[in-house]
Each structure stands twice: as C-alpha cells, then as structure tokens.
Design a binder for this molecule. Structure first.
Ligand code: ZN
Length: 457
C-alpha cells in the first residue's frame, strides 16, 4: 500500500482538507479519507487534487487534420464539406502512422487532464477495403499508442455498414470502415481478452445513417446482459435529422428511444438536435450523453440544449472528438459559454440551492458520466476507482492567491487550461513530458501524410 496526503482534494463534489489517499497494489484507491493528519510514511502531494477525467469521444486519426481545415476558398463550408476533406486523410493513414498520430494526441490529452480516452474506432481496414494480416492492426496501433504514454483506453470498435438511410451498403470511399455487428463484437472480445494494462473495450454504432435497424438489433443481442458501453453518434446534424424523418417518420432520438433498446449502457454522442420530448425519453431510458463542445463549435453543428439535459438529470460526459480541443477545461468552458451567448444569461449550468457553481456542476457530471462512457463502475477520488489524479499548481496563472473554495471555478473560467503540476495514472505520477520519440514519430507521420500534392482540400 502506498499512502499519499493532499492538503485539499475534490471528494464528494467539494474541496475537503487533509485527505489521505491510499493506493493498493493494482493502482486503485483503497481508501480516500478527508480530515486526516499526514502520517509519517505518507507522500505529501504539493497541491490540491482533482480526479482525472475521461475523454468520452475521440477519433485519434483526426489529430493529423487539426489546423488544416480552417480556410474557406469559395462557397459555404460546413460539416459535410469538412467531412469530404477529412476522408482524404482517413483513406490513407497506415497503422504505423496512426500509432504515431495517436501517440502525440494521447500525450496531449494527458496534459489536458484526461487520464482515460474512449476511442470511437472505425478505421478498421486498409484503404481499399482489403484486410490486414491481423484484422485488428489499426486497433492495436491505438492500444500501443496509449501504452506508450500511459493513458487509459476504452476501445470502441464501430459498426458501419451503409452510407446513409436506405442505402444498401457503403460508398467506395468508405470500405475502410466496413464492419458488421459480429465483426465489431469479435473485435471487442479480442481486445478485452488481450489483457493489456489499462486497455478495455466496448462497442459502437457509427450512427443511425451508418447502421441499419437489423445491425442495431444484432449488436443488441450480442451485447446481451454484459455491462459493456454502447456508443453511437446521433442527431449531430440537421440533415441527419431530416433524412431520418424522411426514412422512418421519426427523428433520430425519437427512433432510438422508441426502439426500446436504450439503457444506461448507451452513450449518445452529440444529440445536438433534441426536442423536449426526446430529452424526456432519453432520461427515462437512463442513457448518457457525450457532448464535444469544441468540435461541435468548430464544425458548426449547433448548440445542445444543456439546461434541458441537466434539468432531466441525464448523465453527461465530454469528448475531444475531432481533436481541435484536447483538454476538459476548454470543453467545460465552451459548454457554459455557448449557453451564455445564446441565452444572454450567466451561470446557466449552476443549480441554485443544490450546486451554485457552474464549473463544479459540469465537472461532477463529467466525472460520473465519463466513468459510464468508459465502462467503469467507479471513477474519481473514491475507493475502488483507478488511482488517477491531477495535482494543481497553486502558483499557476489564474489560481494564485485565490481562496480554496474558488479553485475549481478558476480552473475552468480563469486559467490557461491545464494548471496542474502533475498527472497521475494508476497511482503513479507520469513524466512531465512524453518521450521525445513520440513527438518525432508524429512529425514524421505528418510529413508523410501531408507531402506536397496530398494537401487537404
Ligand atoms: Zn465523432
């Protein structure tokens, strides 16, 4: 047993003093006890301690596209024109390049305060749709990248069988993604059976346009009564809502709720375009919501009904998705600021009388919702959870001189975004910088991917 002592730690949704944290031999918290003087054998943590967060939605390969889609030469730019340009990258990245790109991303996610990432993985095959020697070469590349830098990983092999509502199959430029429910389920089982440290798996459906009702029914049967998370992109775009209405007579969230399959294992990614009755139906099902405010802003998706989701108590997590933002502070800030701008109000996420701090309400929601998204029964500074933590630097810009009670508010709304001096995973402080070879491999992959003549757009 290893014992750590923090002057201040975020336990039970508030700052508590003199917290003794005990780590067991497997790297999980054996005990979390506020109000304890430091025992002689305890290691003193130099600052206030927050739990690490789960990045609940990531497509690692898109890290290679960050900063390369921010121009508009003519006409109108939107999600669909972005997607066409993004496919140019998706269609040529190799397993080696994916490992290099994901390594850089995962190091950045750790610096951004995430200690686990849910990888919504649909780049399964070589570009022309043939098969790798090991069908999971791309998945192993992601797992290797996570191991290289010490980030926890929940791999979600994605079912992707058709190009749109009513389509019989995928487009030629989508054959890399081809996976039916049985394929994704086998992939999930193999990843779990591999027993890699801090790597687990669930499953995902690309979207209602990318998977048919039969695919969804089949995956539902395969998942059975296991406790594995099931992720799906839903209602991100108004065009998707219109197509779903035309094909089924129902909006995407209406259709999913009416299917009777939603339950607390389901994680609805984006759900940007949701009506009140849909939010109520999702709340009744127990399913969770994954918002990616940085990406949703970058892609011009629209604004989620945050007050509606919070009012109905729907579990909420955040994700980095397209990787334009790679830290939870920025996601929570965007989440609240989007609402302030739209509603011309302040502290929209706060719940007066229950939790008056917007930052605290969003942070606690993200701790709980992220755990479910990643498939963990316990997460945060609680016994049984993996011993992950962020040790704040009280001298950091934005935190210096503040009273204890305001620290989390200042982290979210007043800091540069990552005001911690160390990041801990499984009871160990990670090195402050990722190995140099991680950055070098990323630069090499970027040179290969973006040689002249293969520019984006
Ligand atoms: Zn996504």
């Amino acid at each position: 047993m290893r014992r750590l002592h923090a002057p201040l730690a975020w336990v039970g949704g508030r700052w508590q003093r003199d917290v003794l944290l005990t780590v067991d031999a497997t790297g999980h918290w054996a005990g979390v006890s506020p109000g304890q003087p430091a025992p002689a054998d305890a290691e003193a943590l130099a600052g206030p301690v927050l739990p690490g967060l789960v990045d609940a939605h990531s497509h690692a390969f898109q890290r290679a596209f960050v900063g390369l889609a921010e121009t508009r030469a003519a006409g109108q730019d939107d999600f669909w024109s972005w997607r066409d340009r993004m496919y140019a990258l998706a269609l040529r990245i190799s397993p080696q390049q994916l490992r290099a790109v994901a390594g850089q991303l995962y190091a950045e996610l750790l610096r951004g305060g995430y200690t686990q990432v849910c990888e919504f993985h649909y780049l399964h095959h070589p570009a022309r749709g043939e098969r790798f020697g090991d069908e999971l070469d791309m998945a192993w590349a992601l797992a290797g990248a996570a191991q290289d830098v010490g980030l926890g990983l929940t791999l979600l092999p994605v079912v992707y069988t058709r190009s749109g509502f009513g389509a019989a199959g995928l487009r030629p430029d989508q054959h890399r993604f081809a996976a039916d429910a049985d394929w994704a389920w086998r992939a999930c089982q193999r990843i779990r059976a591999a027993g890699l440290p801090r790597v687990t798996a669930g499953v995902a459906l690309h979207s209602l346009r990318g998977a048919s009702p039969d695919d969804i029914a089949r995956l539902h049967r395969l998942v059975g009564d296991t406790d594995l998370p099931v992720h799906i992109h839903v209602a991100e775009q108004t065009a998707e809502v219109a197509d779903c209405l035309a094909a089924t007579g129902q909006r995407p969230l209406q259709w999913l709720a009416a299917s009777g399959r939603l339950d607390p294992r389901w994680q609805l990614v984006h759900a940007t375009h949701a009506q009140h009755d849909e939010i109520e139906a999702v709340a009744r099902s127990g399913a969770g919501l994954v918002l990616c405010p940085g990406t949703e802003a970058n892609l011009g998706d629209g604004l989620a009904d945050l007050p509606g989701w919070l009012r109905h108590g729907v579990p909420l997590a955040v994700g980095s998705d397209s990787q334009v933002t790679r830290g939870w502070v920025e996601e929570l800030r965007w989440l609240e600021y989007g609402q302030r701008l739209a509603l011309r109000q302040r502290n929209v996420a706060a719940a007066p009388g229950v939790q008056p701090s917007s930052a605290a309400r969003l942070f606690d929601a993200a701790v709980r919702g992220g755990a479910r998204a990643a498939g963990f029964a316990a997460w945060g500074l609680v016994p049984g959870a993996r011993a992950d933590a962020l040790v704040l630097d009280r001298q950091a810009d934005g935190l210096r001189g503040l009273p204890d009670e305001a620290l989390l508010d200042a982290v979210v709304f007043g800091s540069h975004g990552a005001p911690w001096q160390s990041v801990w995973v499984a009871g160990r402080a990670l090195p402050r910088r990722a190995p140099q070879r991680v950055g070098e491999a990323f630069e090499q992959a970027m040179r290969e991917l973006w040689t002249p003549g293969l520019s984006p757009g």
